[in-house]
Design a protein around this ligand. Sequence first.
Ligand code: FES
Length: 103
Amino acid sequence: MVKILYSEKNITKTLIIENNKTILDLSRKENIAIEGSCNGSMACSTCHVIIHKDWISKLPKPCIDEKEMLLLLPNYTKNSRLGCQIVITDQLEGLQFSLPEDV
Ligand code: FES
């Protein structure tokens, strides 16, 4: 089990998820408003999340397909990732994320 921090409106919650699940899985379990309409096949980008600045460089780099999907987003930031592509491991204990601003 891994602790992940989720921030919304200046409130940070500690959430627990099993290893090898994704941020999309965690969001569904915790009723965080991520749509994830393609269920992780990298065809929708509705699982867009913002990774805390202290964590973005600690994640494996996005693959080319993920990067291309992210660059199409109107609210893309340098800390944007697709939640379905972030697989939770022990190394990510304490990872912090939030949702992007609406556009
Ligand atoms: Fe569709 Fe992540 S759920 S790209």
